[in-house]
Design a protein around this ligand. Structure first.
Ligand code: ADP
Ligand code: MG
Length: 302
């Protein structure tokens, strides 16, 4: 997943707890092996290679994740779109490489979630045009975190944290009190702009400082506008709180693309979700539920 995984567990028996943690780590590796776009042997790579030519049989797991991604695309009118990868694969942030205008123009023809056909009956995926690519980077880490929490629950844990990169989920609380999760300042690596109480919930952050390079006064980062195939401008960071990490992961990426106004309006219509967006001018915008929380004194948003 190209990221750091963290598992914390409170349990009276160290052996049981260590075994459960090892299981979670093994599960993370399994998911990475199936869903990495960089491993030629992954099921995801097979899809990208073959689904433009013939239906590819996939696992129930991938069917579920891609199905969720498609639902998110419909809800956000295409702001969240796993076919962003048709352009996304042309960027290399480490080597400061980006597509040419000609490449982008071509790639845009094959960015459209409606080009994906999922068939739950035959458990297959097919692209209705050649050249389409998908990447689950905006949702799979959340899924992996949820799987981690599910395994810990099965092992009898009642108090734990699992996180992968910017996606975390908390099982239970910390001896009767919520976890206090910091939202970092996008411009100062060690400073926090808010601290939020979290218990039995998930929290995800997407930032333009995660994977990027600067060139000609512009920041080329890893969240792309599917309409243009270029990095989204106007937002620096998004944090979402919700019931599970797959939800908050997909939403944080979505809100980044939707921007402050459309994004918060959609969050405010959705029960069980809250969000903080930091725009390009360092202004902080919070969803309506978080504003209530701050004035009631339960949390602190500065
Ligand atoms: P991270 O935790 O890696 O920062 P995010 O949740 O912020 O992940 O999502 C960023 C990732 O989402 C990108 O690295 C890419 O794989 C994927 N992505 C980028 N743009 C989009 C988009 N418009 N729709 C869906 N996924 C996207
Ligand atoms: Mg995300």
């Amino acid at each position: 997943m190209g990221t750091q995984v963290r598992v914390e567990v409170w349990h009276e028996n160290e052996t049981t707890a260590s075994r459960a943690i090892a299981e979670v780590m093994a599960e993370m590796r399994r998911i990475d092996a199936a869903m990495s776009p960089f491993k030629p042997g992954s099921l995801l790579s097979r899809i990208n290679r073959d689904a433009g030519f013939e239906p590819v049989v996939i696992t129930s797991e991938l069917l579920e994740i891609i199905g969720r991604a498609q639902a998110m695309s419909r809800l956000t009118k295409g702001a969240f779109d796993i076919t962003f990868a048709s352009a996304g694969h042309l960027y290399n942030y480490r080597h400061k490489r980006k597509p040419t205008d000609r490449q982008l123009k071509q790639a845009r023809q094959v960015i459209d979630y409606r080009l994906i056909q999922l068939d739950p009956e035959t458990k297959t995926i097919r692209f209705t045009r050649k050249g389409v690519r998908i990447d689950l980077g905006g949702i799979a880490k959340g899924y992996a975190v949820d799987r981690g929490i599910a395994l810990l629950k099965q092992a009898g844990m009642t108090s734990a944290l699992v996180s992968a990169g910017g996606d975390s989920r908390i099982l239970g609380d910390r001896r009767g009190r919520p976890w206090m999760m910091g939202v970092r300042d996008p411009n100062k690596p060690k400073a926090m702009v808010a601290i939020l109480p979290i218990a039995n919930e998930a929290i995800s952050t997407s930032g333009d400082y995660e994977r990027y390079f600067d060139e000609g006064g512009q920041r080329y980062h890893h969240i792309l506008n599917p309409r243009t195939g270029t990095p989204v401008q106007g937002v620096q960071a998004v944090t979402v709180i919700g019931p599970d990490a797959m939800t908050t992961d997909a939403w944080s990426t979505s809100l980044f693309v939707l921007g402050v106004e459309a994004g918060l309006s959609l969050v405010n219509q959705t029960p069980g979700l809250e969000a903080i967006i930091i725009d390009a001018r360092d202004r902080l915008h919070a969803s309506s539920g978080l504003q209530r929380l701050t004035t009631s004194g339960a949390g602190k948003v500065q």
